[in-house]
Design a protein. Structure first.
Length: 471
């Protein structure tokens, strides 16, 4: 399989939809060499059954009201469902007739249980249909409810909005329903994903809780061997040249260091190709500490995450699975970091020697970066990414396969090393709703741009049967 085939497959695995993106900035690494291109349609083979619920005939009293253009709104929704079907690559099968009564609802439930689709989309178009909606939700399939404003009071949706396996989008914005469908797509895709984990000396395979992602553990020596197999190729030189030219500056690394970092990227991509894997994590510190290799994967990880391929440090399976979840749901990379507290100013700091540059999303512009050495060893190439001051972010991470930490924060500024010690990308934040920075839970928590994703992640946890925990 060639480089272009790999990138197409990797990007297909990561994103099921083409999202609107910001314009590409002046730094545009990877376009000539390996920038992944997300196709407009990704055929996942997933099936969603969809149905409208409403009384038959012209409405009289009751919300949404006699004047409500139910036929026109139905046509609008069908058109938007078709758009979502194309974008997500799902087969969304809409019932030919609305479910007008309890008998039709019962037949729909029987049919859904027999066909066992990947999910259900319900569009109630009258306030009196919520008992029927609840019966369908009780069938136990992942269910998205799109209820335009005017179809419910708070009491109608309160319990369903907290029900496992259900996502209620009571809103005029169909994009919220599209996100619900994206969650169904993500669960289906993650069940098909494979992550390779390089650590120890044994080979084994396990699955990640109820999400079902496969994790294949491979002896870490193979990773070192793969690096040694990649020589000074034209592609490696081109990647090295792009990073050198687009860096705001280069501090410690030599051009040979940058070329070696590009070789690590190619070796990592070769492994992903050979294993048919969607993501990777490596016991990198162990390899460096025992002098098995003299180059770090910091640049390679930054580049892979920019391309939509989860790549995490230190064989941290919780971190790489968090990366995978964020890519599947949002087409955004995350930043795994070591947590530090400034106890005098009560500031939470996240630091690591690699970060994605496309923090706005894999289709968006890059943030400025500086090429540095790996701070703990002072060798090779690390990435110092300059995070946007004032940017709202989400902080999250799996805590085992069934629990996910979720919180929000605001970026204050970037810390330089020196004068500080620690890793090269070092970001000060003010964390919301945690009184003391020392009390932020977890380790290697993942930062990502956009605080709106916290609520979306909690919704995904509910849909997927995971428990969301306050940071």
């Amino acid at each position: 399989m060639g480089r272009r085939d790999f990138l197409t497959r990797a990007s297909t695995a990561v994103a099921g939809t083409t999202l609107l993106s910001a314009g590409v900035g002046s730094s545009n690494i990877g376009c000539a060499t390996s920038r992944a291109v997300i196709p407009a349609k990704t055929d996942t083979g997933g099936v969603v059954r969809a149905a409208f619920l409403r009384p038959k005939g012209k409405y009289w009293l009751g919300w949404p009201g006699t004047s409500y253009d139910v036929e026109g709104r139905t046509r609008d929704c069908v058109a938007k469902i078709k758009e979502a079907e194309k974008e997500l690559g799902l087969s969304i099968l809409i019932e030919e007739e609305p479910l007008y009564n309890n008998g039709a609802v019962a037949r729909f439930i029987t049919s859904v249980k027999a066909s066992n689709p990947d999910g259900v989309l319900l569009i109630p178009l009258h306030m009196n249909t919520w008992g029927q909606v609840t019966k369908i939700c009780d069938a136990g399939l992942p269910t998205v409810i799109f209820a335009p404003i005017g179809m419910s009071f708070t009491g109608h949706v309160k319990d369903l909005a907290r029900k496992k396996g259900v996502y209620v989008a009571s809103t005029m914005d169909f994009d919220a329903a599209k996100y619900g469908l994206r969650m169904i797509w993500a669960m289906l895709q993650m069940k098909r994903d494979l992550i390779v984990v390089f650590r120890g000396k044994e080979t084994s395979e396990d699955t990640w809780g109820t999400l079902g992602t496969r994790l294949r553990t491979i002896p870490r020596q193979r990773y070192a061997d793969e690096i040694n197999r990649v020589g000074d190729t034209p592609e490696a030189r081109e990647i090295a040249s792009e990073y050198s030219q687009n860096a705001r500056k280069i501090v410690e690394p030599s051009q040979k260091d940058v070329l070696d970092a590009a070789r690590v990227y190619i070796a990592s991509r070769n492994i992903l190709e050979a294993e048919g894997a969607s993501g990777i994590t490596v016991d990198c510190l162990g390899l460096i500490g025992e002098r098995k290799v003299f180059v770090t994967p910091c640049l390679a990880w930054s580049k892979l995450n920019d391309e939509g391929v989860p790549a995490a440090c230190e064989a941290d399976t919780e971190a790489v699975m968090t990366y995978l979840m964020l890519q599947r749901l949002f087409d955004k990379p995350g930043f795994m970091q070591d947590p530090v507290a400034d106890t005098v100013r009560n500031i939470f700091i996240g630091a690591h020697c690699t970060s994605p540059t496309r923090l706005n999303g894999i289709h968006g512009p890059q943030e400025p970066f500086i090429l540095r050495s790996h701070s703990e060893s002072d060798i090779a190439v690390a990435m110092q990414i300059l995070w946007r001051e004032g940017q709202r972010i989400t902080i999250t991470k799996f805590q085992g396969p069934q629990q996910v930490l979720v919180g929000t924060a605001t970026v204050r500024t970037n810390i330089n090393t020196p004068p500080a010690g620690g890793c090269r990308t070092s970001v000060e934040t003010d964390v919301d709703d945690v009184p003391e920075a020392t009390d932020v839970r977890g380790f290697h928590q993942v930062f990502m741009y956009g605080d709106e994703h916290a609520r979306q992640l909690r919704a995904f946890c509910q849909m997927a049967g995971l428990k969301s925990l306050h940071l």
